[in-house]
Write a protein that binds this ligand. Structure first.
Ligand SMILES: NC(=O)c1ccc[n+]([C@@H]2O[C@H](COP(=O)([O-])OP(=O)(O)OC[C@H]3O[C@@H](n4cnc5c(N)ncnc54)[C@H](OP(=O)(O)O)[C@@H]3O)[C@@H](O)[C@H]2O)c1
Length: 297
């Protein structure tokens, strides 16, 4: 097995142990990109390293300043003066529960990973992305720009009950992405925001288990007050998980954002998600509240 050539474009993807990050890492490695795959365990690193010679695992908890420093040094060394062609901010968690039952610490963790983790990793990599952007712009090839892809969610357009913490993180990510896109355009860096609906990954089971633990630890009277809502939303989430689509179309969009000469600034992935995004942007709030309450009956 040979590794990537020195001319291969390089992408750093956070959160590659499972789900979207892992599938995107395997796809881009199969396209002969050098993939620097962020993971948090030695086991995930070993599995990815064994999967392709084009994948180099990097220990990267996006909330760890020490990991960010070490990752920046490693990426600088591995890209050897060429800079980083692309960054995919994928790592994320989903904290669910009624606002009253989610402790502040859990709110902080949600925002620390999904918002400040993205900010911190992007800050760390921007000098290398600007370096690659300058190289690509003068090389005359295609694409002629470096890339940042932020994985948001339809929850960044529509906030459902019990998903306040997660939706807050993804609404914030949308705002950050729109500002960033305009800031780095002069530096030959394009920024894409992907807003997927439900795709088949471990995030559903992880967030349901975490929500159950938060509810179990809550004050019993407060928990009882929200029990009908919790039961209804859990049923909806179980349905969404059971009908979640395979990852391939979403990974196609990530590949397109990485390779197309002019990728879209924002893609809502999935037909039902596009309908949701449109409904939330044009309908009166009372109507969307009514529709959601009806679905949760
Ligand atoms: N699946 C969907 O339907 C869906 C829909 C919309 C948006 N998304 C978004 O897609 C992204 C990936 O989620 P997924 O569905 O693929 O779920 P997943 O399989 O649970 O993957 C999440 C990844 O993020 C990593 N991660 C969690 N906390 C981290 C931290 N502090 N630092 C670095 N990595 C961390 C996890 O690593 P560990 O294994 O070490 O915990 C894992 O590799 C998330 O941003 C999510 O919000 C998913």
């Amino acid at each position: 097995m040979t590794g990537p050539s020195p001319q291969s474009p390089t992408v750093l993807i956070s959160g590659c142990s499972s789900g979207i990050g892992r599938a995107a890492a395997l796809r881009m490695a199969a396209r002969s990109w050098r993939v620097l795959a962020g993971v948090r365990t030695a086991q995930a690193a070993a599995e990815l390293a064994a999967a392709s010679p084009n994948i180099t695992p990097i220990m990267l908890d996006v909330t760890s300043p020490a990991d960010l420093v070490a990752a920046t040094e490693l990426v600088t060394r591995l890209t050897a003066g060429r800079g980083l062609d692309a960054l995919v901010n994928n790592a994320g968690i989903c904290t669910a529960g009624p606002l009253e039952l989610v402790p502040l610490e859990a709110w902080r963790t949600q925002l620390e990973v999904n918002v400040l983790g993205v900010v911190a990793l992007t800050q760390a990599m921007l000098p290398l992305l600007r370096q690659a952007g300058a190289r690509l712009a003068t090389a005359g090839g295609s694409p002629a720009t470096a890339r940042i892809i932020n994985i948001s969610s339809i929850s960044g357009r529509a906030a459902l009950p019990m998903l306040g913490p997660y939706a807050a993180s993804k609404f914030a990510l949308g705002a950050i992405t729109h500002a960033l896109r305009q800031e780095v355009a002069p530096h030959h860096i394009r920024v894409c925001l992907l807003e997927p609906g439900s795709f088949d990954t471990a995030i559903w089971n992880k967030s349901t288990a975490a929500a159950d633990a938060l509810a179990a630890a809550a004050d019993p009277a407060a928990r009882a007050a929200y029990q009908p809502l919790i039961t209804a939303v859990k049923t909806k989430i179980a349905h969404a998980a059971a009908t979640a689509r395979p990852l391939e179309p979403l990974i196609d969009h990530i590949e397109r954002c990485l390779t197309a000469p002019r990728p879209p600034a924002r893609i809502v992935v999935g037909t039902s998600s596009r309908i949701t995004a449109l409904a939330w942007s044009i309908l009166p709030t009372a109507w969307t509240d009514w529709a959601i309450a009806r679905q949760l009956r």
